[in-house]
Design a protein around this ligand. Structure first.
Ligand code: SUG
Length: 451
């Protein structure tokens, strides 16, 4: 059955700031204390969504979360009215205020793992919300992410939702950022490739087992396997592969910083995976059984170093199939500004291969926290019936774009530092704006402040 890949982009929240919260994510730690511009960040994201929608790609939107999350601070013992809670936290535990104030839900590639109905045994689209267990500021996203996804994909005949895996490090799950899907075309049955950074059980006796030593591996094999089970995937169409621990130690905190898939193409760096040849062999055979030809496009270290990949987010790009079957690669401006990466990209689009066009976007505000074009979007493959069953107000139409842009312009600040998170007025601005957003997007009451 034919289907669309719909990219749902995360709308940047009102508290977007640089608090240096993500150890292992080089951009996040190196921009700690920089001044952020939430309004510009949200508009940059909307510009990308609009440009891709105008090119004919199906584009959706996911809402941000209520921040600072006073509810979490209360659960940690802060009390009094909301202003008191914020002030106490700012005074005695500023790191906690920063964590509950992060707008990190904007990177929706980490919101959930999604399997299309053509891959699952009960022919429903499956969503498992990511627990984001490795970082406290991200682990608190899961409940609202669940509410948002269920408000957008509400039809139980087509959609099946799974809660986040247990909040324990064995089950560390970062969602679609560590998940690739290969297929002949979006609507066909595909091979789902789960990329994990470490394994918790059964490795003590394995002399060959390696994991990163400097930075954390956020995704566990156990979590990936649990998601595959929940989604009722077929073992013959599923591959588990370990990410190269050396690249995690160089700042590749998610697999989508070093590889991206679309259709039968896996665009990746030479050093992306451990036991790469063996994994590709397995993908090749499993895909061949589905009548499709695996097409890996490998970028050699000699042309683009891992350091350049991390700085420019070349692989955190979106690969989109155009109506003529060729692919467009969407990269951040940082890729154009690096001569080696830009040279490679120009070579790539002239090579006669499937990727024959590049588009560049300014996503600087998000990039400074380690989030590129691919981090900002969650891919959901939907056939026509499933698309018809999706909340239409979550799709980026011309009128929704106008409404969302006006909404950002009227509610967002153009300057925010970590210290501003203690301002009770910022919390009120959030509640007012998000309440209005749920009406624009017809989401109902997805936030705890609304109940
Ligand atoms: O989880 N940054 C996010 C970036 C996520 C990027 N997503 C993907 N690669 N799919 C993270 O590290 C930084 C927030 C701060 O430091 O203020 C942050 O959470």
């Amino acid at each position: 059955m034919s289907a669309y890949e719909v990219n749902f982009d995360g709308l940047v929240g009102l508290t977007h700031n640089y608090a240096g919260l993500s150890f292992g994510n080089v951009a996040s730690t190196s921009n700690k204390n920089a001044i952020a511009n939430p309004k510009q960040a949200a508009l940059q994201g909307l510009d990308k969504m609009k440009a891709l929608a105008d090119l004919g790609f199906k584009q959706g939107v996911l809402p941000p979360q209520q921040r600072p999350c006073v509810k979490t601070l209360r659960s940690l013992g802060f009390s009094g009215n909301d202003a008191n809670v914020l002030q106490q936290a700012a005074k005695t535990a500023p790191h906690l205020l920063a964590a509950v104030g992060s707008a990190s839900s904007m990177w929706v590639a980490n919101a959930a793992t999604v399997s299309p109905s053509s891959d699952t045994a009960n022919h429903k689209v499956h969503f498992t919300v990511a627990n984001l267990n490795n970082k406290f500021h991200r682990a608190i996203e899961a409940p609202t992410t669940s509410n948002a996804l269920q408000a957008i994909f509400a039809n139980q005949q087509h959609f099946e939702h799974h809660a986040a895996l247990p909040q324990q490090s064995i089950w560390g799950d970062e969602g679609a950022a560590n998940h690739n899907r290969l297929c002949s075309e979006h609507g066909a049955s595909g091979v789902e490739v789960f990329v994990y950074g470490c394994q918790k059980y059964g490795v003590q006796a394995d002399a060959k087992y390696v994991e990163p030593t400097k930075y954390p591996a956020r995704q566990t094999k156990e979590a990936s396997q649990a998601v595959a089970r929940l989604h009722q995937l077929d073992d013959n169409k599923t591959v588990f592969v370990q990410q190269n621990p050396d690249v995690i130690d160089q700042g590749v905190f998610h697999n989508d910083v070093i590889s991206v898939s679309n259709g039968n193409v896996l665009f990746h760096h030479q050093q992306a995976f451990l036991n790469q040849a063996q994994a590709f062999n397995e993908i090749h055979h499993k895909l061949e059984n589905l009548g499709a030809q695996f097409m890996p496009i490998e970028v050699p270290t000699a042309k683009v170093s891992v350091e350049d990949a991390v700085k420019t987010y070349l692989f955190n790009s979106q690969l989109l199939t155009k109506p003529d079957g060729n692919m467009l690669i969407v990269v951040p401006e940082e890729s154009k500004n690096n001569p080696r990466v830009w040279h490679y990209l120009n070579e790539l689009i002239q090579s006669g291969g499937p990727i024959n066009e590049v588009r560049v976007f300014n996503l600087r505000e998000s990039m400074c926290n380690g989030g590129g074009p691919a981090c900002l979007r969650l891919r959901v493959v939907l056939n026509q019936a499933e698309l018809d069953a999706t909340n239409p107000q979550a799709m980026l139409t011309d009128s929704n774009y106008t409404a969302l842009t006006a909404w950002v312009n009227s509610h967002y600040r153009d300057r925010l530092s970590e210290a501003d998170l203690a301002d009770p007025q910022l919390l009120i601005e959030n509640y007012t704006a998000l309440d209005e957003l749920t009406k624009i997007m017809s989401l109902g009451s997805i936030y705890s402040f609304q109940s």
